[in-house]
Design a protein around this ligand. Structure first.
Ligand code: IMP
Ligand code: MG
Length: 183
């Protein structure tokens, strides 16, 4: 899918596929260094983190395992409900494990701070976060994100896993929608 496929609802490209690729390579090198000699468990947050997980994990040289969680904090609109629900829990016992949460975007930070507390309470050895995007101006809680792809403006974005009403996850870049798309 590309911008032309979105048509009149398309806004502008914020991060190109090449920019995402290059940044992921840098993050992967950093993660490989930081976790040298340890076996990392990557926890992807469905559904938005699917693309980041696929691309980041393939750039890692470290031995990793992967698991997935699904949580819900958004309806079909563009505003956080502030309520986090587990829709799918981990299959893995993370007691004593080094866990890296893989996220698409940190917006208000509400989902992530809840998730961090939840996973830490399970007795993991460490729990850190890698997020492709972060919106500093949208933060409602302070969350320590160890690996950040890009800080972006406080706008609703789609693509590279991120959706608007479940659409546009398959855009290979990150972009905005035209205002009319929300009306
Ligand atoms: P937060 O709890 O506000 O930090 O955001 C929770 C989740 O909402 C993120 O992990 C995304 O899945 C989704 N989200 C936040 N901002 C956007 C956006 O701009 N586009 C699409 N999804 C978003
Ligand atoms: Mg997410």
């Amino acid at each position: 899918m590309d911008a032309a496929d979105v048509g009149a609802d398309f806004g502008r490209v914020l991060k190109t596929q090449a920019e995402l690729d290059q940044r992921l390579e840098e993050l992967a090198q950093q993660i490989d260094q930081d976790y040298a000699g340890r076996e990392l468990l990557l926890v992807g947050v469905l559904k938005g983190a699917v693309m980041v997980m696929a691309d980041l994990s393939r750039r890692l040289h470290s031995k990793v395992t992967m698991d997935w969680m699904a949580v819900s904090s958004y309806g079909s609109g563009t505003k956080s409900s502030g309520v986090v629900r587990i829709l799918k829990d981990l299959d893995t016992d993370i007691h004593g494990r080094d866990v890296l949460i893989v996220e698409d975007v940190v917006d208000s930070g509400l989902t992530l701070s809840w998730l961090l507390a939840n996973l830490r309470s399970r007795g993991a050895r460490s729990v850190e976060v890698a997020a492709m995007l972060r919106k500093p101006a949208a933060a409602k809680v302070d969350v320590d994100v160890r690996y950040v792809g890009f800080d972006i403006p406080n706008e609703f974005v789609v693509g590279y896993g991120l959706d608007f009403a479940e659409h546009y996850r398959n855009l290979p870049f990150v972009g905005t929608l035209a205002p009319q798309a929300y009306e």
